[in-house]
Design a protein around this ligand. Structure first.
Ligand SMILES: Cc1cc2nc3c(=O)[nH]c(=O)nc-3n(C[C@H](O)[C@H](O)[C@H](O)COP(=O)(O)OP(=O)(O)OC[C@H]3O[C@@H](n4cnc5c(N)ncnc54)[C@H](O)[C@@H]3O)c2cc1C
Length: 379
Protein backbone atom coordinates (compact mmCIF):
# COMPACT_ATOMS: atom_id res chain seq x y z
CA UNK A 1 0.00 0.00 0.00
CA UNK A 2 1.15 3.52 -0.68
CA UNK A 3 2.05 5.67 2.31
CA UNK A 4 0.48 9.07 2.77
CA UNK A 5 3.81 10.60 1.65
CA UNK A 6 4.02 8.51 -1.49
CA UNK A 7 0.41 9.23 -2.36
CA UNK A 8 0.74 12.92 -1.63
CA UNK A 9 4.08 13.43 -3.35
CA UNK A 10 3.82 11.28 -6.47
CA UNK A 11 0.17 10.56 -7.11
CA UNK A 12 -1.82 13.68 -6.35
CA UNK A 13 -2.97 16.54 -8.60
CA UNK A 14 -1.83 14.81 -11.77
CA UNK A 15 -2.86 16.64 -14.91
CA UNK A 16 -1.74 14.10 -17.49
CA UNK A 17 -0.72 10.47 -17.21
CA UNK A 18 1.10 9.02 -20.20
CA UNK A 19 1.21 5.23 -20.44
CA UNK A 20 4.49 4.11 -22.06
CA UNK A 21 7.91 5.78 -22.26
CA UNK A 22 8.76 5.03 -25.89
CA UNK A 23 9.28 7.66 -28.58
CA UNK A 24 5.59 8.49 -28.68
CA UNK A 25 5.05 8.75 -24.92
CA UNK A 26 8.20 10.79 -24.27
CA UNK A 27 7.63 13.22 -27.15
CA UNK A 28 4.04 13.66 -26.01
CA UNK A 29 5.30 14.48 -22.50
CA UNK A 30 7.99 16.86 -23.79
CA UNK A 31 5.55 18.74 -26.00
CA UNK A 32 2.94 19.02 -23.26
CA UNK A 33 5.50 20.62 -20.96
CA UNK A 34 6.56 22.97 -23.75
CA UNK A 35 2.96 24.05 -24.39
CA UNK A 36 2.09 24.30 -20.75
CA UNK A 37 5.05 24.16 -18.32
CA UNK A 38 2.74 24.26 -15.30
CA UNK A 39 1.16 20.88 -16.05
CA UNK A 40 1.97 17.96 -13.79
CA UNK A 41 2.82 15.24 -16.33
CA UNK A 42 3.87 11.75 -15.34
CA UNK A 43 4.90 8.88 -17.58
CA UNK A 44 4.22 5.34 -16.39
CA UNK A 45 6.52 2.64 -17.79
CA UNK A 46 6.29 -1.06 -17.01
CA UNK A 47 10.02 -1.69 -17.62
CA UNK A 48 13.07 -0.62 -15.63
CA UNK A 49 14.00 1.01 -18.95
CA UNK A 50 11.66 1.96 -21.76
CA UNK A 51 10.89 -1.62 -22.76
CA UNK A 52 9.28 -1.46 -26.18
CA UNK A 53 10.11 -0.98 -29.83
CA UNK A 54 11.82 2.35 -29.14
CA UNK A 55 14.82 0.73 -27.45
CA UNK A 56 14.92 -2.45 -29.54
CA UNK A 57 14.68 -1.11 -33.09
CA UNK A 58 17.16 -1.06 -35.94
CA UNK A 59 17.47 2.71 -36.17
CA UNK A 60 16.48 3.11 -39.81
CA UNK A 61 15.41 6.69 -40.46
CA UNK A 62 13.34 5.91 -43.52
CA UNK A 63 10.18 7.03 -45.30
CA UNK A 64 9.64 4.58 -48.15
CA UNK A 65 11.42 2.22 -50.51
CA UNK A 66 10.44 1.89 -54.17
CA UNK A 67 8.78 -1.53 -53.85
CA UNK A 68 6.96 -0.48 -50.68
CA UNK A 69 5.55 2.69 -52.23
CA UNK A 70 4.53 0.87 -55.42
CA UNK A 71 2.86 -1.78 -53.31
CA UNK A 72 1.04 0.90 -51.29
CA UNK A 73 -0.17 2.49 -54.53
CA UNK A 74 -2.11 -0.67 -55.29
CA UNK A 75 -4.31 -0.24 -52.24
CA UNK A 76 -4.14 3.54 -51.67
CA UNK A 77 -4.64 6.56 -53.91
CA UNK A 78 -1.62 8.57 -54.99
CA UNK A 79 -2.61 11.34 -52.59
CA UNK A 80 -2.82 8.88 -49.70
CA UNK A 81 0.64 7.52 -50.45
CA UNK A 82 2.02 11.05 -50.66
CA UNK A 83 0.48 11.78 -47.27
CA UNK A 84 2.12 8.67 -45.78
CA UNK A 85 5.52 9.68 -47.14
CA UNK A 86 5.09 13.28 -46.05
CA UNK A 87 4.14 12.29 -42.51
CA UNK A 88 7.20 10.06 -42.21
CA UNK A 89 9.52 12.65 -43.71
CA UNK A 90 8.15 15.41 -41.48
CA UNK A 91 8.38 13.04 -38.51
CA UNK A 92 12.07 12.50 -39.14
CA UNK A 93 12.63 16.25 -39.40
CA UNK A 94 10.70 16.67 -36.14
CA UNK A 95 12.87 14.12 -34.30
CA UNK A 96 16.05 15.64 -35.70
CA UNK A 97 15.08 19.17 -34.73
CA UNK A 98 13.77 18.13 -31.29
CA UNK A 99 17.03 16.52 -30.19
CA UNK A 100 19.63 17.59 -32.78
CA UNK A 101 21.45 15.21 -35.15
CA UNK A 102 24.40 14.66 -32.79
CA UNK A 103 22.06 13.61 -30.00
CA UNK A 104 20.45 10.89 -32.11
CA UNK A 105 23.64 9.85 -33.93
CA UNK A 106 22.01 10.71 -37.26
CA UNK A 107 24.03 9.60 -40.28
CA UNK A 108 22.65 10.45 -43.75
CA UNK A 109 24.21 7.40 -45.39
CA UNK A 110 21.22 6.51 -47.56
CA UNK A 111 19.11 3.40 -47.58
CA UNK A 112 19.33 0.73 -50.25
CA UNK A 113 16.66 -1.66 -51.46
CA UNK A 114 18.36 -4.96 -52.22
CA UNK A 115 17.21 -7.19 -55.10
CA UNK A 116 18.52 -10.74 -55.40
CA UNK A 117 18.52 -12.76 -58.62
CA UNK A 118 15.07 -14.10 -57.76
CA UNK A 119 13.75 -10.51 -57.62
CA UNK A 120 14.35 -9.66 -61.30
CA UNK A 121 10.70 -9.05 -62.01
CA UNK A 122 10.25 -6.81 -58.97
CA UNK A 123 13.43 -4.92 -59.83
CA UNK A 124 12.23 -4.31 -63.40
CA UNK A 125 8.94 -2.89 -62.10
CA UNK A 126 10.73 -0.61 -59.61
CA UNK A 127 13.39 0.52 -62.10
CA UNK A 128 10.69 1.43 -64.64
CA UNK A 129 8.90 3.56 -62.08
CA UNK A 130 11.88 5.44 -60.62
CA UNK A 131 11.13 8.66 -62.54
CA UNK A 132 7.52 8.48 -61.38
CA UNK A 133 8.57 7.89 -57.74
CA UNK A 134 11.11 10.69 -57.89
CA UNK A 135 8.36 13.05 -59.04
CA UNK A 136 6.02 11.75 -56.34
CA UNK A 137 8.42 12.55 -53.47
CA UNK A 138 10.23 15.56 -54.98
CA UNK A 139 8.15 18.29 -53.34
CA UNK A 140 8.06 16.49 -50.00
CA UNK A 141 11.80 15.92 -49.74
CA UNK A 142 12.73 19.07 -51.65
CA UNK A 143 15.16 17.41 -54.01
CA UNK A 144 15.30 15.74 -57.43
CA UNK A 145 16.29 12.12 -57.94
CA UNK A 146 15.76 10.85 -54.41
CA UNK A 147 15.83 7.29 -55.80
CA UNK A 148 18.82 6.22 -57.87
CA UNK A 149 19.89 2.91 -59.41
CA UNK A 150 23.03 1.95 -57.51
CA UNK A 151 24.32 -1.37 -58.82
CA UNK A 152 27.90 -0.12 -58.56
CA UNK A 153 27.46 -0.10 -54.78
CA UNK A 154 26.96 -3.89 -54.63
CA UNK A 155 30.68 -4.52 -54.83
CA UNK A 156 31.56 -1.45 -52.78
CA UNK A 157 29.53 -2.89 -49.88
CA UNK A 158 30.70 -6.46 -50.40
CA UNK A 159 27.21 -7.91 -50.91
CA UNK A 160 26.72 -11.47 -52.12
CA UNK A 161 23.72 -12.91 -54.05
CA UNK A 162 22.64 -9.41 -55.02
CA UNK A 163 21.70 -8.43 -58.56
CA UNK A 164 20.57 -4.82 -58.10
CA UNK A 165 20.40 -1.97 -55.61
CA UNK A 166 18.24 1.13 -55.61
CA UNK A 167 19.42 3.88 -53.29
CA UNK A 168 17.13 6.26 -51.42
CA UNK A 169 19.51 9.19 -51.07
CA UNK A 170 17.39 11.05 -48.50
CA UNK A 171 17.23 8.39 -45.79
CA UNK A 172 19.64 7.73 -42.96
CA UNK A 173 20.20 5.89 -39.73
CA UNK A 174 20.31 6.78 -36.07
CA UNK A 175 21.75 5.50 -32.80
CA UNK A 176 18.59 4.23 -31.14
CA UNK A 177 20.11 4.13 -27.64
CA UNK A 178 21.34 7.70 -27.85
CA UNK A 179 17.95 8.87 -29.09
CA UNK A 180 15.97 7.34 -26.23
CA UNK A 181 18.51 8.40 -23.61
CA UNK A 182 18.31 11.99 -24.82
CA UNK A 183 14.51 11.91 -25.03
CA UNK A 184 14.44 10.77 -21.39
CA UNK A 185 16.93 13.49 -20.44
CA UNK A 186 14.96 16.22 -22.21
CA UNK A 187 11.69 15.09 -20.64
CA UNK A 188 13.30 15.09 -17.20
CA UNK A 189 14.85 18.53 -17.75
CA UNK A 190 11.37 19.90 -18.49
CA UNK A 191 9.99 18.45 -15.27
CA UNK A 192 8.35 15.29 -16.57
CA UNK A 193 8.37 12.57 -13.95
CA UNK A 194 8.84 9.01 -15.25
CA UNK A 195 7.92 6.11 -13.00
CA UNK A 196 9.53 2.86 -14.09
CA UNK A 197 8.34 -0.59 -13.09
CA UNK A 198 4.73 0.57 -13.17
CA UNK A 199 2.47 -1.66 -15.24
CA UNK A 200 -0.89 -0.02 -15.86
CA UNK A 201 -3.54 -2.73 -15.47
CA UNK A 202 -6.62 -0.73 -16.35
CA UNK A 203 -8.03 2.75 -16.74
CA UNK A 204 -11.51 3.62 -15.51
CA UNK A 205 -13.65 6.72 -15.79
CA UNK A 206 -13.82 8.74 -12.57
CA UNK A 207 -15.57 11.92 -11.49
CA UNK A 208 -12.31 13.89 -11.76
CA UNK A 209 -11.09 12.33 -15.00
CA UNK A 210 -9.57 8.88 -14.95
CA UNK A 211 -8.74 6.32 -12.35
CA UNK A 212 -5.42 4.56 -13.08
CA UNK A 213 -4.97 1.10 -11.59
CA UNK A 214 -1.57 -0.52 -11.72
CA UNK A 215 0.98 -2.86 -10.28
CA UNK A 216 -1.46 -5.78 -10.06
CA UNK A 217 -4.15 -3.61 -8.47
CA UNK A 218 -1.88 -2.48 -5.61
CA UNK A 219 -1.67 1.16 -6.71
CA UNK A 220 -4.51 3.38 -7.88
CA UNK A 221 -4.87 7.12 -8.28
CA UNK A 222 -6.66 9.83 -10.28
CA UNK A 223 -5.44 11.80 -13.25
CA UNK A 224 -7.28 14.51 -15.10
CA UNK A 225 -6.27 13.28 -18.58
CA UNK A 226 -4.51 10.31 -20.14
CA UNK A 227 -2.44 9.57 -23.25
CA UNK A 228 -2.13 5.92 -24.18
CA UNK A 229 1.28 5.43 -25.83
CA UNK A 230 2.04 1.81 -25.11
CA UNK A 231 2.06 0.61 -28.71
CA UNK A 232 0.87 -3.00 -29.22
CA UNK A 233 0.06 -3.34 -25.52
CA UNK A 234 -2.78 -0.86 -25.92
CA UNK A 235 -4.82 -3.86 -27.05
CA UNK A 236 -4.62 -5.20 -23.52
CA UNK A 237 -6.10 -2.02 -22.06
CA UNK A 238 -8.67 -1.59 -24.85
CA UNK A 239 -9.34 -4.94 -26.52
CA UNK A 240 -11.53 -3.36 -29.21
CA UNK A 241 -8.61 -1.47 -30.83
CA UNK A 242 -7.39 -2.78 -34.19
CA UNK A 243 -3.88 -3.73 -33.01
CA UNK A 244 -1.88 -6.93 -33.09
CA UNK A 245 1.64 -7.40 -31.77
CA UNK A 246 4.36 -8.26 -34.26
CA UNK A 247 7.59 -9.49 -32.74
CA UNK A 248 10.80 -8.68 -34.56
CA UNK A 249 14.11 -10.49 -34.00
CA UNK A 250 17.49 -8.83 -34.38
CA UNK A 251 21.17 -9.67 -34.08
CA UNK A 252 24.38 -7.68 -33.96
CA UNK A 253 27.84 -8.98 -34.79
CA UNK A 254 31.08 -8.42 -33.01
CA UNK A 255 33.21 -5.69 -34.62
CA UNK A 256 34.23 -6.89 -38.09
CA UNK A 257 37.80 -6.18 -39.23
CA UNK A 258 37.70 -4.55 -42.65
CA UNK A 259 33.91 -4.15 -42.75
CA UNK A 260 33.01 -2.40 -46.00
CA UNK A 261 29.24 -2.29 -45.52
CA UNK A 262 28.11 1.29 -44.98
CA UNK A 263 24.54 2.52 -44.76
CA UNK A 264 21.19 0.85 -44.32
CA UNK A 265 19.75 -1.90 -46.51
CA UNK A 266 16.54 -3.83 -46.71
CA UNK A 267 15.52 -6.82 -48.74
CA UNK A 268 12.49 -8.97 -49.52
CA UNK A 269 9.91 -6.15 -49.33
CA UNK A 270 11.39 -4.91 -46.06
CA UNK A 271 11.08 -8.20 -44.19
CA UNK A 272 14.87 -8.18 -43.75
CA UNK A 273 16.96 -5.14 -42.82
CA UNK A 274 20.65 -4.65 -42.11
CA UNK A 275 23.05 -1.78 -41.55
CA UNK A 276 26.44 -1.01 -40.17
CA UNK A 277 26.74 0.22 -36.59
CA UNK A 278 30.32 1.49 -36.65
CA UNK A 279 32.16 -1.64 -37.74
CA UNK A 280 29.47 -4.06 -36.60
CA UNK A 281 26.54 -5.38 -38.61
CA UNK A 282 23.01 -5.14 -37.23
CA UNK A 283 20.59 -7.50 -38.96
CA UNK A 284 16.94 -8.22 -38.30
CA UNK A 285 13.76 -9.57 -39.79
CA UNK A 286 12.34 -12.90 -40.85
CA UNK A 287 8.90 -12.35 -39.37
CA UNK A 288 7.43 -13.56 -42.65
CA UNK A 289 8.88 -17.04 -42.04
CA UNK A 290 6.16 -17.67 -39.46
CA UNK A 291 3.72 -14.78 -39.04
CA UNK A 292 1.64 -16.78 -36.55
CA UNK A 293 4.53 -17.41 -34.15
CA UNK A 294 5.62 -13.77 -34.28
CA UNK A 295 2.15 -12.43 -33.45
CA UNK A 296 2.92 -12.65 -29.76
CA UNK A 297 3.47 -10.51 -26.67
CA UNK A 298 6.31 -12.79 -25.52
CA UNK A 299 9.95 -11.82 -25.85
CA UNK A 300 12.00 -14.50 -27.49
CA UNK A 301 14.01 -15.88 -30.38
CA UNK A 302 13.07 -18.75 -32.67
CA UNK A 303 15.37 -21.22 -34.39
CA UNK A 304 13.75 -20.78 -37.79
CA UNK A 305 14.28 -17.01 -37.82
CA UNK A 306 17.73 -17.01 -36.24
CA UNK A 307 19.00 -19.73 -38.60
CA UNK A 308 17.78 -17.74 -41.58
CA UNK A 309 19.44 -14.55 -40.27
CA UNK A 310 22.72 -16.46 -39.73
CA UNK A 311 22.56 -17.90 -43.20
CA UNK A 312 21.83 -14.55 -44.92
CA UNK A 313 24.49 -12.82 -42.85
CA UNK A 314 27.12 -15.12 -44.31
CA UNK A 315 25.78 -15.46 -47.87
CA UNK A 316 24.51 -11.94 -48.61
CA UNK A 317 25.74 -9.36 -46.13
CA UNK A 318 29.36 -10.25 -45.45
CA UNK A 319 30.39 -13.23 -47.59
CA UNK A 320 33.95 -11.90 -47.87
CA UNK A 321 34.83 -12.23 -44.19
CA UNK A 322 34.20 -14.19 -41.04
CA UNK A 323 31.49 -12.67 -38.87
CA UNK A 324 30.66 -13.65 -35.32
CA UNK A 325 27.29 -12.84 -33.76
CA UNK A 326 27.71 -10.95 -30.51
CA UNK A 327 24.16 -10.52 -29.31
CA UNK A 328 20.53 -11.25 -30.23
CA UNK A 329 17.24 -9.74 -29.03
CA UNK A 330 13.61 -9.24 -29.91
CA UNK A 331 11.10 -6.40 -29.65
CA UNK A 332 7.52 -5.58 -30.52
CA UNK A 333 5.85 -3.58 -33.22
CA UNK A 334 2.13 -2.86 -33.39
CA UNK A 335 0.30 -3.73 -36.59
CA UNK A 336 -3.32 -3.48 -37.69
CA UNK A 337 -5.57 -4.12 -40.63
CA UNK A 338 -4.59 -0.64 -41.84
CA UNK A 339 -1.05 0.63 -42.23
CA UNK A 340 -1.74 4.01 -40.68
CA UNK A 341 -1.05 4.88 -37.04
CA UNK A 342 -3.90 5.49 -34.59
CA UNK A 343 -4.17 9.01 -33.19
CA UNK A 344 -7.60 9.69 -31.77
CA UNK A 345 -9.49 11.18 -28.88
CA UNK A 346 -11.26 8.10 -27.67
CA UNK A 347 -13.34 10.14 -25.25
CA UNK A 348 -12.81 13.54 -23.61
CA UNK A 349 -9.42 13.59 -21.91
CA UNK A 350 -8.30 10.21 -23.23
CA UNK A 351 -6.10 10.12 -26.33
CA UNK A 352 -4.74 7.06 -28.10
CA UNK A 353 -1.38 7.46 -29.90
CA UNK A 354 -0.41 3.96 -30.96
CA UNK A 355 0.35 1.56 -33.84
CA UNK A 356 3.40 3.12 -35.48
CA UNK A 357 4.12 -0.22 -37.22
CA UNK A 358 7.69 -0.59 -38.40
CA UNK A 359 8.04 3.18 -38.88
CA UNK A 360 8.08 4.54 -35.34
CA UNK A 361 11.52 6.11 -35.65
CA UNK A 362 10.10 8.15 -38.51
CA UNK A 363 6.63 8.95 -37.22
CA UNK A 364 6.83 8.48 -33.44
CA UNK A 365 7.86 12.00 -32.52
CA UNK A 366 5.20 13.63 -34.70
CA UNK A 367 2.55 11.25 -33.36
CA UNK A 368 3.58 12.12 -29.80
CA UNK A 369 3.50 15.83 -30.58
CA UNK A 370 0.01 15.57 -32.09
CA UNK A 371 -1.22 13.58 -29.09
CA UNK A 372 0.05 16.40 -26.86
CA UNK A 373 -1.82 18.94 -29.02
CA UNK A 374 -5.07 16.99 -28.67
CA UNK A 375 -4.75 16.93 -24.88
CA UNK A 376 -3.54 20.51 -24.64
CA UNK A 377 -6.72 21.68 -26.44
CA UNK A 378 -8.71 20.43 -23.45
CA UNK A 379 -6.96 22.54 -20.79
C1 LIG B 1 13.27 -5.02 -33.78
C2 LIG B 1 12.60 -3.79 -34.25
C3 LIG B 1 13.18 -3.04 -35.27
C4 LIG B 1 12.57 -1.85 -35.69
N1 LIG B 1 13.23 -1.08 -36.58
C5 LIG B 1 12.71 0.14 -36.92
C6 LIG B 1 13.44 1.00 -37.77
O1 LIG B 1 14.55 0.69 -38.17
N2 LIG B 1 12.87 2.18 -38.11
C7 LIG B 1 11.62 2.54 -37.65
O2 LIG B 1 11.13 3.62 -38.02
N3 LIG B 1 10.95 1.77 -36.79
C8 LIG B 1 11.45 0.58 -36.42
N4 LIG B 1 10.79 -0.22 -35.54
C9 LIG B 1 9.50 0.22 -35.03
C10 LIG B 1 9.66 1.28 -33.95
O3 LIG B 1 10.66 0.91 -33.06
C11 LIG B 1 8.31 1.45 -33.23
O4 LIG B 1 7.30 1.78 -34.18
C12 LIG B 1 8.37 2.56 -32.20
O5 LIG B 1 9.47 2.41 -31.33
C13 LIG B 1 7.08 2.59 -31.41
O6 LIG B 1 7.21 3.58 -30.43
P1 LIG B 1 6.10 3.72 -29.31
O7 LIG B 1 6.51 4.83 -28.43
O8 LIG B 1 4.76 3.77 -29.96
O9 LIG B 1 6.09 2.32 -28.56
P2 LIG B 1 7.19 1.58 -27.67
O10 LIG B 1 8.54 2.04 -27.94
O11 LIG B 1 6.90 0.14 -27.84
O12 LIG B 1 6.82 2.06 -26.23
C14 LIG B 1 5.71 1.60 -25.52
C15 LIG B 1 6.13 1.51 -24.07
O13 LIG B 1 4.98 1.19 -23.28
C16 LIG B 1 5.40 0.33 -22.23
N5 LIG B 1 4.20 -0.36 -21.78
C17 LIG B 1 3.48 -1.29 -22.44
N6 LIG B 1 2.37 -1.62 -21.75
C18 LIG B 1 2.41 -0.90 -20.61
C19 LIG B 1 1.51 -0.80 -19.48
N7 LIG B 1 0.38 -1.48 -19.42
N8 LIG B 1 1.86 0.03 -18.47
C20 LIG B 1 3.03 0.75 -18.53
N9 LIG B 1 3.89 0.71 -19.59
C21 LIG B 1 3.56 -0.10 -20.61
C22 LIG B 1 6.44 -0.56 -22.90
O14 LIG B 1 7.29 -1.15 -21.95
C23 LIG B 1 7.16 0.42 -23.82
O15 LIG B 1 8.30 0.99 -23.23
C24 LIG B 1 11.34 -1.42 -35.11
C25 LIG B 1 10.75 -2.18 -34.08
C26 LIG B 1 11.38 -3.34 -33.65
C27 LIG B 1 10.75 -4.13 -32.55
Amino acid sequence: MLSFWEKNTFFSKIDVVIVGSGIVGLTAAINLKKYNPGLNVIVLERGFLPWGGSTKNAGFACFGSPSELLNDLQSHTEDEVKQLVEYRYKGLLELRSLLGDDNIGYEPLGNYEVFSDTDDELYAICANKLDYLNTLVKDIVGKDNVYLPADADIEKNGLGNTSHLILNTAEGQIDTGLMIKNLLGLAQSLGVFTLNGFLVDRIEDSSSGYYIVGDGGKVSFNASKVIIANNAFAARLFPDIDIKPARAQVLITQPVDGLILKGAFHADKGYYYFRNVGNRILFGGGRNLDFGAEETFSDGLTTIVQNRLDEMLKSIIAPYTNVVVDHRWSGFMAMGTKKSYILERRQPGLVLAVRCGGMGVAIGSLTGKQAAELIQEEF
